[in-house]
Design a protein around this ligand. Structure first.
Ligand code: ZN
Length: 462
């Protein structure tokens, strides 16, 4: 996930036109306490994986906070576990509101960090530790908010189910199981996606995006085999040359640029926060996705090239077996990020046509990923998230986004359940060290995050 600011800047920015933020000291303290305890548990895939202990920590908090012990389950999966907790609504006929997150973290080597990544530290307004930003504080804030809602006597109409997977960062086996079990959900709120961006200079909230789509991940293996032979008597056919010719054509190819309702809204709104040249190209592309000049500008820019269509790129290559022998085999991997609405088989067929090299075989070797379409821009969700952000950071623009990477939302969208990434955490883009060294998150996020959930969850659980 994402990035952050200073307490002072956030208070200044949040204070202006807004109703003053309510203070929920018990929930705020609990969120920070749970996050710190969770960071201290090394929930990394492999030997010694403490994800089940994170689940036990969260379960204890939920049960103490009023969840029925039988309504909070921890299910082991290989070396990890996932957690599902259900708050029963008054109308059992309604599909549940699902709050989705994960408990595992990416590996971190203490020798690489300034501090031990598994000893949480609060310093200068930041919580440091592996998982601080992705996403142990986010998980803890959601749990503390649910408990606060119970404390206030709130009763949801539909069930609220909070589920945390145990291997989102690696194999996503538990993620797939959870989405299958909860495929009757009315809507999924993924608290590990979307979120707010802080101005680099002032630290004030700049804009908030909710993530309504992800590109589909695919790997295609390209293979050429030849009879081989002595390199002193080469025939015209050479496996390496044939593969290389195919890869060069694929490398020069641009998939047709395209828009959907979500990326159109993104380009129109995000244009205001970009440098003027990129912003102008975003507006032009949103108005006309065939605008050649806009396409050229957005294609040349690393942060937009993935947002205007499918991309495919060669990522691995191997071939040959001896310095003085004709290659009997050459192979490459082409990695694609597919624009929502297209099936991997369709993209592979397009690559095959572009390669125009009949000797090259194509195989879909994708693992751990499924095709998924964009979630619709549901007016009820858009209204609820806009209201919640306005409550805590008034005047902050709210608009949709599409991610290039995959999250647990992929598994729900695969089951045609609308899923929206909308973490309440605000960060500076330059301070987003998720998956990296010295990961941290501003703790000034905690108070507004609780308020955000206290507005958002009752709206979505209606
Ligand atoms: Zn994450």
């Amino acid at each position: 996930m994402r990035a952050v600011a200073t307490a002072m800047a956030m208070m200044l920015a949040g204070g202006a036109a807004a109703a003053p933020l309510a203070s929920h000291p018990a929930a705020e303290a609990q969120a920070l306490d749970l996050a710190q305890k969770a960071i201290a548990l090394r929930s990394v895939a492999g030997p010694g994986n403490k994800t089940p202990e994170v689940a036990a920590l969260f379960k204890a908090a939920l049960v103490t906070g009023g969840f029925g012990p039988d309504d909070v389950t921890i299910i082991p999966v290989d070396d990890t576990a996932y957690l599902v907790a259900r708050w029963r609504g008054s109308d059992p006929k309604l599909g549940p509101l699902v709050i989705s997150g994960h408990m595992d973290v990416v590996e971190a080597r203490p020798s690489d960090w300034k501090r031990d990544p598994f000893i949480p530290v609060v310093e200068n307004g930041y919580l440091y530790g592996r998982g601080a930003a992705d996403m142990k504080l986010d998980g803890a804030m959601a749990i503390a908010s649910l408990i606060e809602l119970k404390r206030q006597g709130f009763r949801p109409r539909r069930d609220i189910v909070i589920e945390f997977s145990g291997d989102e960062e690696t194999r996503m086996k538990s993620s797939a199981i959870i989405a299958e079990q909860l495929s009757n959900a009315e809507l999924v709120l993924n608290i590990d996606g979307g979120g707010g961006t802080l101005d680099e200079a002032t630290g004030a909230p700049e804009y908030f995006t909710w993530q309504g789509a992800e590109k589909t991940y695919a790997d295609f293996q390209l293979v050429v085999t030849n009879p081989g032979g002595h390199s002193s008597a080469p025939p015209r056919e050479n496996a390496i040359n044939q593969l290389a010719a195919a890869l060069v054509r694929i490398g020069n190819y641009q998939f047709k640029p395209e828009l959907n309702e979500l990326t159109r809204a993104y380009f129109v709104k995000a244009a205001d926060h970009e440098d003027p040249k990129i912003g102008a190209a975003m507006r032009a592309f949103a108005a006309n996705p065939e605008d050649a000049q806009a396409i050229a500008t957005l294609t040349a820019n690393r942060t937009t090239v993935g947002k205007i269509g499918t991309t495919c790129v060669a990522t691995m290559i191997s071939g040959g077996h001896a310095l003085n022998a004709l290659p009997q085999r050459a192979e490459a991997n082409v990695n694609c990020r597919i624009f929502p609405g297209h099936k991997p088989a369709e993209i592979m067929a397009e690559l095959k046509r572009i390669a125009a090299q009949p000797e090259v075989s194509f195989t879909d070797v994708t693992e751990g990923s499924v095709a998924n379409d964009a979630s619709p821009m549901r007016p009820d969700f858009v209204a609820a998230v806009t209201k919640a952000v306005a409550q805590v950071h008034p005047g902050t623009p709210v608009f949709p986004s599409m991610a290039s990477g995959a999250s647990d939302s992929m598994w729900f969208r695969y089951h045609h359940v609308a899923s929206y990434g909308a973490s309440p955490t605000f960060m500076k883009l330059s301070e987003d060290f998720s998956h990296g060294l010295d990961e941290r998150v501003p703790i000034a996020n905690i108070q507004p995050a609780i308020d955000y959930y206290l507005v958002l969850l009752p709206e979505l659980a209606k």
